[in-house]
Design a protein around this ligand. Sequence first.
Ligand code: B12
Ligand code: SF4
Length: 490
Amino acid sequence: MKICLVRPPSIVNPVSYIASLTPPIGLAYIAAALREAGHVVDIVDGIGERPLQSVPIAHNLVLRGMTFDEIVARIPRDAGLIGVSGMFSSEWNHIRTLVNKIAEALPDVPLAAGGEHFTAAPDVSMAQCPGLDMCVLGEGEETIVELAAALEKGSDLKLVKGLALRDGSGYMRTGSRPRIRAVDTIPRPAWDLIPLQAYWENSLSYGVNRGKSMPMLASRGCPYSCTFCSNPAMWTTRWIARDPKEVLDEIEDYKKRWDIDNVDFYDLTAIVKRDWILEFAKGLVARKLNITWQLPSGTRSEAIDGEVSKWLYASGCRNMNYAPESGSEDSLKRMKKHVSLDKLTESLRAAVKEGLNVKINIILGMPDDTHWDTLKTMAFLVRMSWNGAHDVSVGVFSPTLAPRSTSAWCSRRRSPTPTTTSTSWPTWTSPRPCPTPTSCPPARCSSTISSASRCSTARTTCSARPASCAPCATSRPAGTSPAARWLWRG
Ligand code: B12
Ligand code: SF4
């Protein structure tokens, strides 16, 4: 069967330094699995095929990439299945328009969707996209292959686990699919179907720009259940790492094929086991590939001590994000973050001592956070700065940005009124009854938002994309990071 996979364009603030546009590793994995099952696959990469094109939309934002009409025109008319990817719930309004346009143009072709957004909100997605036939929930490789086989044979789709299907005027789930345990058997991403050159030529990657960068996944899932995070609903709490040798072979293959300079790990949390990371880092040193690598998405710090940091640096790791998210113990308890700030500080000192650039990820305005929690977080950032942290990334918790599958979203919402058919942005996120309506706190986040926006202005200093950005590429002495300058300027 011919299958077409579609990656929508992305919403970007044109003056932001932190809006990364990245090659779609999720779709490349889906394409590889389908190809291995014998299908002919085409990917319409709505970003990579027009990386510099911008279409203005509301609120000082642009859609970067192909227009919806260009995407619809690019889809082969003889496709037997179309699959659309949707990562961010914050982009739903636009993904919805695209899905509806595809369904109108190709009404007879089965239309599936998958990714973080569709996993968190299949009910809303199907209610607002009448032409969307099914959503693939969670990890997609096995489900899409079984779905394509069932469509070819004309067999009952209800027997394919991991789907949300239309059922009368509503929808039904076909039952949950277990995670893939044998992760080393998952075919490597089909990068030949993605215009990688366009990303490299335009310095589009995740993390700090260190030249020709390849996305990579060393593990899937995360063993924790932080309340603001979609991980438990999307991947369960099972962390499964690939064999370090497999990851090294993949890197070596990319070095030979494309002479890459750098690897960006997209893992939810790559470093969980000390033995794993040591074996990986020592293996990379032994292979002498002359590349750098980084962990831009945030990692746990528990397994990173002096010896691990030494090997991280020796193997080419240059940038790493720790994600304590708050400096307030009360807030951390509510987030179920399970992090010791003292141990994290110790780990950070060791990493900085070995020469790594360390960024701290923070979330402000979580449900039930007080001004006191915010002040404690600011003090914690000062401490991090004195200990050598180079950068800070501050996000503001928002019920519209948080995935609907997270418990923090649920406790933040106000109205229990079902609104699956509403198309207005602020209300679509409230379609299911809240199990704990009495715990919804009063609106008191707005006071913290102003501090966060000041901070996010300051952080652009160090998140600037060009390779020439000296602060990103080199270590600076403790106490002179953007966080420190921002906090001390009065
Ligand atoms: C890379 C990344 C980014 C990049 C994205 C670049 C881009 N435009 O694509 C950048 C840095 C820009 C980014 C920003 C943000 N991110 Co981010 N990011 C990631 C990250 C680290 C990796 C994504 C990835 O490639 N995963 C690996 C692949 C294999 O998984 P996958 O894409 O989910 O694909 C699998 C399935 O979903 C499914 N699938 C996917 N597509 C399809 C399609 C079909 C047809 C099928 C059948 C299946 C299928 O099959 C795939 C293989 O199993 C994830 C964490 C993670 N590891 O997933 C967070 C994550 C996606 N980000 C998240 C968040 C919250 C954000 C921000 C809102 C943070 C902030 N406050 O600013 C912003 C939003 C930006 C925006 N545009 O609105 C959340 C998503 C929450 C949500 N559902 O909305 C995640 C899950 C992190 C988390 N745990 O909280 N992010
Ligand atoms: S925030 Fe990080 S540690 Fe917490 S569940 Fe998500 S990926 Fe895991």
